[in-house]
Design a protein around this ligand. Structure first.
Ligand code: ADP
Length: 188
C-alpha cells in the first residue's frame, strides 16, 4: 500500500498503526533519510540541507533506498510506503520495481486534511518532543513542504486515481476514528 498526505496529515501515525495490527512493514523514506542524517553517512550529508529547506531529495536516491528495503525479508508479508512516491517520476519508478518483483499494489490511501490545521499539528509535535524536534518542523519549512506537496505530490494521487487504486479518508477527525475509517475503506 501507499499512504499519501500533506505534512502533518497523520500518515506516519496511521501507517505505523496499520503496520503493527496487520503485520506489515512500514517503509518511511522520511525516517530513513533522517536516520542517514543522524548517522552522518554520505547520503545523510547529501540530503541534510535539502530536507531542512523542505525540498525533495533527488529521486534516484529515494528510489534506490526503497528498492533495497522492499526486498528485505521483513517486507515479505506486505508493506506500507509512507512518504514515497512523492512525484510522478517516483510513482513510475515504483511501478517498474513492483513489476520486476512481481508485487501487486493493493491500494493507495490519501489522508485529506485542511492546510489551515497543519501549523497547529506541527506545533503540538514540537511541544511534545522539544529535544528531538525535526529540523524541518519550522513554519517556513512547513510552508515549503506544503507547496511541494501541492505542486508535485498531489499529481501522484491523480496518477493512482486514474488506475482505480486511490481511496480517500478524512484526516481531520480524531486518530482512532481515522484508523477505523482507513480499515473500512481498505476492507481490512
Ligand atoms: P512530511 O510528510 O511531514 O513532510 P517526511 O518525513 O515524509 O515528512 O519527509 C521529510 C523530508 O524528507 C521531505 O521534506 C523531503 O525533504 C525528504 N523526503 C522524504 N521522502 C521523500 C521522497 N520520496 N522524495 C524526495 N524527498 C523525500
Amino acid at each position: 500500500m501507499v499512504f499519501l498526505g500533506l505534512p502533518g496529515a497523520g500518515k506516519g501515525t496511521q501507517a505505523q498503526t496499520l503496520a503493527r495490527t496487520h503485520n506489515l512493514s512500514q517503509l518511511s523514506t522520511g525516517d530513513m533519510l533522517r536516520a542517514a542524517v543522524a548517522a552522518d553517512t554520505e547520503i545523510g550529508r547529501q540530503v541534510k540541507d535539502i530536507m531542512a529547506q523542505g525540498d525533495l531529495v533527488p529521486d534516484r536516491l529515494v528510489i534506490d533506498i526503497i528498492g533495497e528495503h522492499m526486498s528485505a525479508p521483513a517486507c515479505a508479508k506486505g508493506f506500507i510506503l509512507d512518504g514515497f512516491p512523492r512525484n510522478v517520476a517516483q510513482a513510475e519508478a515504483l511501478d517498474k520495481m513492483l513489476e520486476e518483483k512481481n508485487i501487486k499494489l493493493d491500494a493507495v490511501l490519501e489522508l485529506v486534511v485542511d492546510t489551515a490545521i497543519l501549523g497547529d499539528r506541527i506545533n503540538s509535535r514540537i511541544a511534545a518532543q522539544p529535544n528531538s524536534a525535526r529540523l524541518d518542523d519550522t513554519e517556513t519549512t512547513l510552508m515549503q513542504r506544503v507547496k511541494v506537496y501541492e505542486e508535485q505530490t498531489a499529481q501522484v494521487a491523480t496518477y493512482y486515481e486514474a488506475k482505480g487504486l486511490l481511496k480517500r479518508v478524512d484526516g481531520m477527525q480524531d486518530i482512532d476514528t481515522v484508523t477505523q475509517q482507513i480499515k473500512a475503506v481498505l476492507g481490512v
